[in-house]
Structure formats: C-alpha cells, structure tokens
Design a protein around this ligand. Sequence first.
Ligand SMILES: [Zn+2]
Length: 432
Amino acid sequence: MTANAARHGEVNLLFVDAAQVVTCAGPARARRGAEMRDAGIHREVAVAVVGDRIAAVGPVSELDRALPGATRVDCGGRVLMPGLVDSHTHAIFGRPRSDEQEQRAAGADYLAIAAKGGGIHASVRDLRARSEEELTTLARTRLLRLASYGTTTVEVKSGYGLTVEDELKTLRVIARLAQELPLRLVPTWLGAHEIPLEHRATAQGRAAYVDLLIHEMLPRVAAERLAVFADVFCEPGVFTVDETRTILTAARAAGLALKLHADELTPGGGAELAAELGATSADHLATISPAGVAALARAPTVATLLPGTMLFLGKSGHAPARALLDAGAAVALATDFNPGTSPTPNLPLILTLGVSQLRLSVAEAVVAATVNGAAALGLAGETGQIAPGFSADLALFDIEDVRELPYWYGDRRCRATWARGKACHQFDLPVP
Ligand SMILES: [Zn+2]
C-alpha cells in the first residue's frame, strides 16, 4: 500500500494490538471441502482501512508508515475477524410466536401446528394487519440485535405477506432499512414460503397461487428492483419440486438469483433441484439424501446449514455437514432468524452448534459464517475476508483466541463491528 492510498476526505483506521486477526483471506469464492480448514489466523499484524475498504494487513510499523495520521483503533488484545455474514433470515415479522413452543413440547409437530392455522399462517395474518411503518420499527430493533453479536451482512426474506401488496410491503421495509442501517442487507423474495389459506381452500387454489406468484407478484418485485434473490420452500405439503422448478425458472428469467429451502423435513429432492438450477444456495438440508449430497458437491451451490432450527424445534437430526464437506461441497452456517422455528439473533451460537452438533472444526465454522456466507449471497468478492480490496466489514470479539468464539456459547462477546469502514455496533468501547 502506498501513502497516496489515503484519499482526501476519507476516514482512515488502523486496527492495532489484536491478539489474533482472523483474516479468512483467500480466493474470492466459496471454500469447499478441505479448503475450509484454514481460517487464516495471524498474530502481531495490524489492519489498515481506507474509507470503506480494507487497504492492507501487515506489521504495524509498516502500516503506520503507509498511512500516516490514521486513527488508531486499539483492539486491546481481543480477536478481530471479518464481520459475520448471516445468509438466511426471516427478520421482517410482527409478533413472536412464543405460544407454539409449548405446543411442540406437548407433542404437536410443525405440520400439525400449521394445519390448525398456526405456524407460518399465524405470522401471515399478523404481518398483513401491520403497516410498513410498524414493521420497519420492529425489524430495525431486531436487525440491530443481530448486529450486536458480530454480524455485518444479513440476508432478509419476505414471505409472511403472501399477497402482492403484502410481499411488496415487506420488501420495501427491507429496502428502507438497507438505506438507513449501517448493516448490509440483502433482500430475498420468498412469496413461495407457503400456500396462503385462502388459496388452500379450493382445489384450484394451489395452481392459482403459483400463477399469481409468477404472473403478478414476480413482475412487480423485479420491476421495482426489490429483491436480489428468489427463494421457494420446497417441501412435500408446501411447494413440490415441479412447482419450485417452475417458480424459480421464472424468477431467473426475471433477473433474480436463486435460493431454495430444501430437504428440511423430508428428503424430497430439493438439493438435487438446487444443483440442477445452479442456485446460489440450498438451505436447511437436515434430511438431504446421499444423491443430494453428491449433487451439491458437483454444483456451485452453497449448502447453507441452519442447526439452530433443529435445536429450537427439539429435533435430534442435523444436516450431514461432514458428509457434505468430505464430498467437497461448500458449507455455510446461518441463524434462520424467524418467529417460529429459530428466534435467535446470535450467529456465534450457531457456530457453537456447528462445532458441537455438526462436528465442524472451529476454522470450518468460521469460514462457514464469513466467506461462505458471503458466497451464499453472491458477495464472495465483496465481504467475508480481511484482505486488501474487500469491504471494511469487521467484528471485534472479547476473546483472546478464536476458539473461544464457539466455546462461550450463548454469550455475547462482540465488542464492536464496522460495516463499510463505519462503526456499526459498539459495546462501551471508545472507537471511531
Ligand atoms: Zn428459512
């Protein structure tokens, strides 16, 4: 880096005295299989930020010379990492569904609760009754909670509206908050989250809803540029593999990239479909078949695993993370933050589950929530690494060794985050 990298009028930061800088530096794409074993742990290095970009990583004396007058950020012997990337959330919703937790404890399963008008349908009724303003207020607080655990990039889905206007309302909330908050938000249209009750009532209703998705909702979402991704809940009883293929093919033609909720409850061929369509990610995968594992190992598609959902639902089965990695697939971890099945904003807790339940190493879990989370959002060239040219998205954790991040489980060890070089979240740490 040369001194003239410090361009006029930009705030330059020099992060010094970190116990470890975990860079995750490497190719700007998803890491696959054995590539995930190296998180790039460095000691005695500093990180220089010029404006919204990481300019250099190296010895402090060198960076001091290259960036005279930069504001020093004292990391105080803590661990500096790329800001975490939460690549799967349903963060726009109304009331929490705390009542369903007891019903589940008493034996009711997900589909039984949904059949009684609970589950997603309860959130749909609730969201439809709320204004864009009200939803914005609720989502703002919740997204800041996610940020407080070290997350700087969040994918946010619609999917509790299920009418043209209510889905657009949801996506507009995401657009507003993307403008307002320092966090990077990535919007996903999930009009195909469920068949709404009014369409379930008649025999032709299902087909009519798929029709409405493709011919009325999708054109509006695309025309107003309200989403980067389209997603479908591909599951027996929700959307079939054929319906999913039809919806996602139309979405791709409209310019959206693709995601799938696949093989969450039963192995229905969702992972294979994601690979066939070249989807950016296939998410959940708790019941993925061996053929699905093989398909994802060959495809560019990131396997996004959501172990918090299984934990919260009290299920013992987890996605076969080791089989996916051994086959050479790219694995990401995310919260699935949502009011019904995973109401946690805590991505480091999901890293704990990644290690304890999915048997990932700490490095694999860290890469899964940084580089591979970014890849699951088509952002592998933008965020998820501390390397020159990447967005200055950083998280400082109150630990001395990165292995403590999944170790102190449930604890909030995040001290501060920066997104695009600007302070995003801070806990009583005097930082610029
Ligand atoms: Zn989901």
